[in-house]
Design a protein. Structure first.
Length: 156
């Protein structure tokens, strides 16, 4: 079952664990960039501008935080046009994620996305901007707004 009430302490404990650069990059892309699982899997090197700290996924460009940029730079030793090209299929990527997260009750890529959205809400970013930034419809955002509002209030 997915945890919809992750705290900052939960996230800190999760990110403080011993992860390699690729694992950290995946989790940072979800938590700090709001990328969904399929967007992380499909991410291509050409969609990352390390000089301007920008990342484009699903046609939406956003600022890339310094730590995630550093982690992605460390992954650059990988070959292929996709950042996580060692995964031949989306399913193999999902299986890998499931194994990595199996000991972390309730932590999923979706839960990390929700923490990202709750953080943005806590910063006062409006619905229109959130929908555009994350590629969500207003009805989808409204469907997850209540649990996120509670989470956002806990982030202050």
């Amino acid at each position: 079952m997915e945890n919809t009430s992750l705290t900052l302490q939960d996230m800190y404990a999760f990110l403080s664990e011993k992860w390699d650069s690729e694992e950290r990059a995946v989790f940072h892309l979800a938590l700090f960039q709001g990328l969904r699982c399929n967007e992380i899997y499909d991410l291509k090197w050409e969609n990352i501008d390390f000089d301007k700290f920008l990342i484009t996924a699903n046609g939406r460009t956003r600022r890339l935080d310094v730590i995630t940029a550093y982690l992605l730079q460390d992954c650059k030793r990988a070959t292929g046009e996709r950042v996580f090209s060692r995964f031949q299929t989306y399913n193999s990527f999902r299986v890998w994620l499931t194994k990595k997260l199996k000991n972390h009750d309730g932590i999923t890529i979706s839960a990390l996305n929700k923490v990202h959205i709750a953080t943005m809400m806590g910063l006062g970013i409006g619905n229109n901007v959130l929908c555009k930034m994350l590629g969500l419809s207003h009805s989808r955002l409204n469907g997850i707004r209540q649990p996120l509002s509670e989470m956002a209030s806990g982030l202050n």
